[in-house]
Design a protein around this ligand. Sequence first.
Ligand SMILES: Cc1cc2nc3c(=O)[nH]c(=O)nc-3n(C[C@H](O)[C@H](O)[C@H](O)COP(=O)(O)OP(=O)(O)OC[C@H]3O[C@@H](n4cnc5c(N)ncnc54)[C@H](O)[C@@H]3O)c2cc1C
Length: 382
Amino acid sequence: MAAYRSIYLNDEHLAFRDSVARFVDEQIIPHINQWEEDGGLPSELYQQAAELGLFGIGYPEELGGFEADPFYKVLSTIEISRAGSGGLMANLFTHDIAIPPLILDTQHPLRDSVCTAVLSGQQRAALAITEPSGGSDVANIQTRASRDGDDYVINGSKTFITSGMDADWFTVAVRTGGEGAGGVSLILVPRDAPGFTRTPLKKMGWWCSDTATLYFDDCRVPVANRIGPENAGFPFIMQNFNNERLGLAAQAWGLANAAFEEALEWAQQRKTFGKPIIHHQVIRHKLTDMRARLDAARAYLFEITWLISKNQAKPADLAQLKNHCTDLIEYIAPEAVQILGGAGYMRETKSERIFRETKVLSIGGGTREIMNELAARQQGWL
Ligand SMILES: Cc1cc2nc3c(=O)[nH]c(=O)nc-3n(C[C@H](O)[C@H](O)[C@H](O)COP(=O)(O)OP(=O)(O)OC[C@H]3O[C@@H](n4cnc5c(N)ncnc54)[C@H](O)[C@@H]3O)c2cc1C
């Protein structure tokens, strides 16, 4: 279990954290290296995670979820990150970025069946916003959905989509109106919709998470599949990003902490010049610096989580937190690899994998530059 104390956590939080920690120790850590090499997760893991309640955190009870303050999600993310694989998190929890807009559309004809299937681990859902022409300028997406009787006919392409090959349902951002944010809608597209195809992408890290390009070629989907009113998709997307940014910040912290713990253990055991390397002052001072920055970032993470629980957090808080935690991992991961020496460059150490996973965290869910831009504008500085 990740070791930390906090005034924000009560007994229920800690009991939940313990149950997730046991699951990670027994069901994930022994297998994660193989899953990374295989490029995917076994289907039974989705059922096991669902049964433990990991998929339902904060979702409506009638759909298979349970009421939970945002600390539950943060704590479970940190525990699962101890396995040292962001790809595992991206794969298992893609639904957390895909279904929140559908949950909000209580009139949607497929809401209950799709969300129940996804939260029980039987089906999977993905979110498709980014396009080959660019991901940062979300209001400028080009994929168009045109009305034809009771259908939308979708043409365009999406790329870098997590679970793009494996998902059963896709929450897709499309242009149904004029230019800009006011012309964007969200549509739920099933994997077998006519005119919808996908190709896989290879990448630097996150190997056990599939990533794909999606093609919509006169793809037909019923108008009833639209999520929310026409041309009102943009606010759903923005709200969704806030959840995603908290998750990515917690993941960055959890992975950085996992790399630190591996480096500390290594430093206590590995001997050079007749003594464990932690007895070389430069190594133990590296570890002290790493620990201090981790502890400070965790206090910040929990402070913002608490503000979210009180409905007092602003999008700027989440943007700044995400940057702070992704900066942290970009500092911690290379230091951990350095302390492990050659072993840190070898596959199957957590630090090697985490090192390869640092950059995706400051790109996905909004880049570092866009987070700063959003925060500066929202602070009212311009
Ligand atoms: C592994 C992985 C998984 C992903 N999963 C998903 C997913 O499931 N669904 C999905 O929709 N997307 C997903 N993405 C896409 C991700 O959200 C985008 O990559 C990201 O938003 C950036 O878009 P882009 O790559 O097109 O870069 P661009 O928008 O082309 O930006 C390129 C560079 O320019 C900078 N830049 C752009 N505009 C400005 C500006 N105004 N000021 C300063 N700098 C600027 C950016 O910060 C960046 O450094 C994923 C990406 C990766 C790598």
